[in-house]
Design a protein around this ligand. Sequence first.
Ligand code: FES
Length: 180
Amino acid sequence: MSNETMLTRRGLFMNIGILFNSLVAVALAVPIVRFLFSSVSRERRDDYLAWVPLGSVNEFPEGETRLATFRNPYVMPTDGATVNTACWVRRIGGDQFQVFAVNCAHLGCPVRWFPQSGLFMCPCHGGVYYRDGSRASGPPERGLFAYPYKVESGLILIRAGELPTPGASAALAGKKSTCA
Ligand code: FES
């Protein structure tokens, strides 16, 4: 085998190696570049959100807090009974409500309402909230999360489909959805 043939073969393998490495580099770079530009290019989709009724306004006496359930508008075939979501509805008076997520603002355990003391209490680590959802004591750093709501034709409806956390679409769109 001549030297010229060896060099040619070496060059061929070198080129194949460079090509292969380039392909690997591109394959690795695509998700990284997509991640870096995702906040700019991503379209904020909120078509999984919908206004869902909790019931007639008359089912919620003024000055009281009641548990209500609704069907999550975003349903997967495997969701089963988990599509039925609970929330606490406080009717302040007239058409003025507060609708709280049942999940504690600490680590998400379901809070319970105790009308005798006028407090929401979390069984997990002792988080306590006042009747208006604001933090009273314990590890939570903030109040309960609240759903945006509206009253139409005698029904109370909430904007459901995602938990009303500060990063939720409704909150980012400037709608009131949280409780301090
Ligand atoms: S989850 Fe409620 S206090 Fe920790």
